[in-house]
Write a protein that binds this ligand. Structure first.
Ligand SMILES: *Cc1c(COP(=O)(O)O)cnc(C)c1O
Length: 380
């Protein structure tokens, strides 16, 4: 049996006619950048997330970058974030000239830990603390971070909250959606995200008219009116084609999310029934609506061998993320060392994502679980 980590061809088959039609409309119009498809998507995503405004941008990475720029974060400022996330989260901070300050994660949810955050700011000299401008909680794998605690600390210190919601479209925290939990919500339409385009794309949500206006200006190099620059922005524009495809997919998103959630539930039952829950740790659902961009298990040892064994048996799997960001070569100037963030380092060394996409079948899941069981029993 073959079980890929993600099978987008199955999803495409279900929406092919609609996609081809809108694509042809755009080809006929020859209007490729921004325009009505992007505006429509912005209003749809705004309502979907419960945010007043949304601004389509070129990628999830650029969503983070433009948010930091709109927030006025720049040279010498500090921004707090998780060391256990996709590189772009911290990369964007460094690219605006600011300094990433890492905070260890909660070992159960893999999200930024409010307790670690408390400890870090307690030990921060006042001078340094004044330079912190924002915090970027990441809603990793599709589950929201502990936003009540994070928001309380942010408000106390007058930091802006920029949500990295690239993996969390539609995920909820106490009834509120990702993208409506901070000043900025950053989403990605990279094809492997739950709501993916046919190429790169992203969007920023915000509840603030002022930030919205700034995002719109920065998206076109900071020119307002055109060719008159009070600000330096960039080319952060979203293609009409991507917006149109994402709009089509958005109509199916809740059904697909339900499929992912059902698959996650079924894995839990299967691992339980096979007596594997003392061996592998399944994702801990702490907040209301986990959208399972990834289903990440943890095993106590031999994670790399399990990965090889699954791949050998035609089961797609991936290590997210093998090197926590505080140990990346490009951030060596920050002066972090192994042991600084033990939970992030443990997760990087022991976690493995297995297939959870909506079209996954019960026999496929059962094959995944059986193969893990065979590994536990000594097969290599
Ligand atoms: C995918 C992702 C990004 C970047 O999005 P792109 O569209 O690939 O630029 C940022 N942060 C996280 C957590 C992501 O998963």
């Amino acid at each position: 049996m073959n079980v890929p980590l993600l099978d987008l061809k199955l999803q495409y088959a279900s929406i092919k006619d609609e996609c081809l039609k809108v694509t042809e409309d755009i080809y006929n119009s020859q209007h490729f950048i921004l325009g009505p498809h992007v505006e429509a998507l912005e209003s749809e995503i705004g309502s979907y997330c419960g945010a007043d405004y949304a601004v389509g941008v070129s990628s999830g990475t650029d969503a983070l970058l433009i948010s930091l720029m709109a927030a006025g974060v720049g040279s010498g400022d500090k921004v707090l974030t998780s060391p256990y996330t996709f590189f772009a989260t911290a990369g964007a901070i460094a690219r605006v000239g600011a300094i990433p300050v890492f905070v260890d994660i909660d070992p159960d949810t893999y999200n930024l830990s409010p307790e670690s955050l408390d400890r870090i700011i307690e030990n921060m000299p006042a001078e340094e603390k004044r330079r912190v401008k924002a915090i970027i909680p990441v809603h990793l794998y599709g589950q929201c971070a502990d936003m009540d605690e994070i928001t309380a600390i942010a408000q106390q210190n007058e930091w802006l909250i920029i949500e990295d919601a690239a993996q969390a479209i539609g995920s909820e925290y106490k009834g509120k959606r990702a993208g409506a939990l901070g000043e900025f919500g950053c989403f990605s339409f990279f094809p492997s995200k739950n709501l993916g385009g046919f190429g790169d794309g992203g969007i920023v949500t915000t509840g603030s008219r002022q930030f919205y206006d700034m995002l719109v200006i920065l998206r076109v190099h900071g020119g307002h009116p055109k060719y008159y620059h009070r600000y330096i922005g960039g080319n952060f524009r979203l293609d009409a084609l991507q917006a149109a495809i994402v709009s089509i997919k958005l109509k199916h998103l809740d059904t697909w999310t339900a499929g992912r959630q059902a698959n996650a539930e079924r894995y839990r039952r299967m691992f339980e029934d096979e007596g594997l829950t003392d061996y592998i740790k399944v994702p801990v659902e702490k907040h209301d609506r986990h959208i399972y961009n990834q289903f990440v298990i943890e095993i106590p040892g031999e994670r790399d061998q399990l990965k090889d064994f699954l791949l050998k048996n035609n089961i797609g799997c991936e290590i997210y993320y093998p090197v926590p960001l505080h140990l990346q070569a490009c951030f060596s100037y920050l002066g972090y060392k192994t042991g600084d963030f033990p939970h992030a380092e443990y997760a990087a060394g022991h976690s493995l994502a297995i297939p959870v996409y909506p079209e996954l079948t019960e026999p496929q899941q059962s094959y995944v679980v059986e193969t893990i069981k065979a590994f536990r029993n000594g097969s290599r």
